[in-house]
Design a protein around this ligand. Structure first.
Ligand code: C2E
Ligand code: CA
Ligand code: CA
Ligand code: CA
Length: 278
């Protein structure tokens, strides 16, 4: 990629080859970001469909880049993975999410927060210990934390991930299978995972009103998940129509711009479902 004024990141696509100079620049930017605390967690509410209230939040990382402004995770997570920095970043995310949950608890609001894990974190044998340490540091129960892992990672990396999954489950942390429907897992593979929750990928939700087949898939996934005693979250809910269909199909929780965009931590306590579109 051509670097103009040091802002190659703005044009970076995960599949692009990057030259050595850019590589070094971005790598040092990311390292600096970790040292200077340039990362921030935003939080997006998940709504309990039947009870019509917030059931929890998903933490989504942002990079407050000194020159480029707010950079989204789709840009820098693949870079952090490529540069071997994702484990440190992921560690920061877990710690920061726990710190925030404890801060909300101190204000009398008990929140459950989900963090996203990279496959590189799952391969680390120390992951369970470091999650446990973060929980202990902030006086939290394992059940206040959810770990989201994409379906493809959960299935493809069975050997490496099973032990970690079981370790997390043992300390009470719930596992959620993210982007479900995109990873082609079989029923038996799904049944063997110690997961508690399944998140239907946004692409199915998008077509749920207009396409009969998308609706049929979502309906089948919800039935399957419930048969396996998993709760179902639909992500990417943008319209009232989508919400109505999902609730009719028995989806347990909903998340998406229809209710709220990811927001800064300091906006969470002031946010209310009644004032949102939902
Ligand atoms: P994801 O885990 O599937 O997260 C959902 C993404 O969809 C988020 O994008 C969220 O802002 C967006 N979203 C939520 N509701 C809607 C909606 O109604 N419509 C649309 N169009 N989009 C919606 P974001 O924050 O840019 O994150 C992108 C991805 O980056 C995440 O996808 C996740 O895979 C990854 N990511 C985010 N934070 C972390 C992190 O701390 N660690 C790791 N390893 N990955 C992360
Ligand atoms: Ca997620
Ligand atoms: Ca997702
Ligand atoms: Ca995704």
């Amino acid at each position: 990629a051509k670097r103009t004024g040091g802002s190659s990141l703005a044009f970076f696509e995960p599949h692009m080859a990057i030259d050595t100079a850019d590589h070094l620049q971005l790598q040092s930017d990311l390292r600096q970001a970790l040292e200077d605390n340039q990362f921030e967690l935003y939080y997006q509410p998940k709504i309990h469909g039947r009870r019509h209230r917030m059931s929890g939040l998903e933490a989504l990382v942002r990079w407050n880049h000194p020159r480029l402004g707010i950079v989204g995770p789709d840009t820098f997570i693949p870079l952090a993975e490529r540069f071997g920095l994702i484990v440190r970043l992921g560690h920061w995310v877990i710690n920061e999410a726990c710190r925030q949950v404890a801060a909300w608890s101190a204000e009398g609001r008990h929140m459950r927060v989900a963090v996203n894990l990279s496959v590189h974190q799952l391969r680390e044998t120390s992951l369970v210990d470091s999650v446990e340490e973060a929980l202990r540091r902030y006086g939290l129960l394992g059940s206040q934390l959810i770990c989201e892992i994409t379906e493809s990672v959960a299935i493809q990396e069975r050997e490496v991930t099973t032990r970690t999954f079981e370790g997390l489950a043992r300390i009470g942390v719930h596992l959620s299978i993210d982007d479900f429907g995109t990873g082609y897992s079989s029923l038996s593979q799904l049944r063997d995972l110690p997961a508690r929750q399944l998140k239907i990928d946004r692409s199915f939700v998008k077509d749920i009103e207009s396409k009969e087949d998308a609706r049929a898939v979502v309906e089948a996934v919800i039935k399957l998940a419930h048969a396996l005693r998993l709760t179902v979250v639909a992500e990417g809910v943008e319209t009232q129509g989508q919400r109505d269909v999902l609730l009719r199909l028995g989806c347990d929780e909903l998340q998406g711009f229809f209710y709220a965009r990811p927001m800064r931590a300091n906006a969470v306590l002031g946010w209310s479902l009644d004032e949102s579109a939902g």
